[in-house]
Design a protein around this ligand. Structure first.
Ligand code: FAD
Length: 331
């Protein structure tokens, strides 16, 4: 039986059945919070929990791992919610952390509703208030120009955390923990989802949300051809291609490239924004990047306000010169 209290991390699995990088990052954050709360860190596994996964989570700091004997596919959020609810009822954590992923964004508010509590999404910093013992969640607001701090007053406090905010705890195979199997009838509630078709998007290089370098093009790129140059630059840097909304809406690039309020949230080490004006809806998705370079022909473009380095010029001249220089340096 779970002893109650502490921090529970919801662990997502990759298609290959490994622990998703965000879940290891959450364990890093969870370990710090559990320490501050003097509570236990547990992990709740979504998807088919293989024994290796449980041991891996323990090696990365989980004291208890909740796993279902027969778990549903992560493709069915309704079934995942049932599973999470069963885990939560068993573990009774004070804090539940999910990744700010597609699945996490779907599950977190619904889990909070079921538990009659509140949720803070897209957090970039979390700590425990030493006076109240409650979780304080910081998140960028107003397109990233300010940070808001929120405290859910009821337990469990549920939060989704942006990727790359946490650092995984180093794996140690000597760590010991308890694996708790929870039997639920995941199919007892009929799912409201049915899959019509699944199309696997084949993109070379890392996924946009995991990439440590993102090269993003905006409307200023002018068409799909210009994006080829950016794709080459991203490849050279081992990064991923991003876009603002207009190029996605115009069909110049896939909509899965969109960064921003209604796109993906990224926080790479390096973000290169080319032909991007810096609208708040776009900044929301990238303002937490560690280093930002902007290339824009308008010296007054808003993107320069958040950029660490800026180049004023036509990207058609700047990008090829940049690529030539990089080629020289890397060869
Ligand atoms: C509800 C809602 C949600 C939204 N969600 C998103 C979202 O998730 N992501 C998002 O990005 N937007 C989103 N938007 C749209 C957002 O408001 C902006 O319209 C959009 O971000 C602008 O994209 P942009 O910077 O590419 O285009 P523009 O604002 O048109 O800027 C183009 C820039 O390119 C520069 N430029 C032009 N030619 C060149 C050249 N040759 N070389 C260098 N620079 C050049 C120009 O100086 C200009 O600064 C949303 C809007 C709404 C209302």
């Amino acid at each position: 039986m779970g002893k109650g209290g502490g921090v529970a991390v919801v662990a997502e699995l990759t298609e290959q059945g490994d622990i998703a990088p965000i879940s290891l990052e959450l364990l890093g954050i969870g370990a710090k919070l559990a320490d501050e709360l003097d509570g236990e860190l547990s992990a709740m596994v979504l998807g088919c929990g293989l024994p290796d996964v449980a041991q891996d989570l323990i090696s990365h700091g989980a004291g208890r791992v909740y796993i279902a004997s027969e778990s549903p596919s992560q493709d069915d959020p309704d079934a995942c919610l049932e599973l999470l609810e069963a885990f939560r009822a068993r573990a009774e954590p004070d804090v539940v952390l999910l990744g700010h992923t597609t699945l996490g964004q779907d599950l977190a508010p619904r889990l909070a509703f079921r538990a009659d509590t509140g949720v803070v999404t897209d957090c970039v910093d979390l700590n425990i208030d030493p006076e109240t013992g409650l979780l304080r969640c910081a998140k960028p607001i107003y397109g990233g120009v300010a940070i808001g701090v929120y405290v859910v007053q009821t337990k469990p406090q549920v939060a989704t955390v942006r990727v790359r905010v946490g650092k995984p705890v180093a794996s140690d195979d000597r760590r010991e923990g308890e694996v708790i199997r929870v039997d639920i009838d995941a199919d007892s509630r009929s799912s409201r989802y049915s899959w019509i078709e699944k199309v696997k998007e084949v993109t070379p290089g890392p996924r946009l949300e995991d990439a440590s370098v993102v090269v993003t093009g905006g409307r200023g790129i002018g068409g799909p051809e210009g994006f080829e140059q950016l794709r080459d630059l991203a490849k050279l840097l081992g990064g991923a291609l991003g876009a603002t909304r207009p190029p996605c809406d115009s069909g110049w690039v896939l909509s899965s490239c969109q960064v921003g309020l209604t796109g993906k949230i990224v926080s790479p080490n390096l973000y290169i924004a080319v032909g991007v004006s810096g609208a708040t809806q776009h900044l929301t998705g990238m303002s937490e990047s560690k280093h930002i370079i902007a290339i824009n022909k308008d010296p007054d473009a808003g993107i320069f306000k958040v950029a660490d380095f800026g180049v004023v010029g036509d990207y058609r001249e700047v990008v090829p010169a940049f690529v030539r220089k990089l080629d020289d340096l890397l060869s």
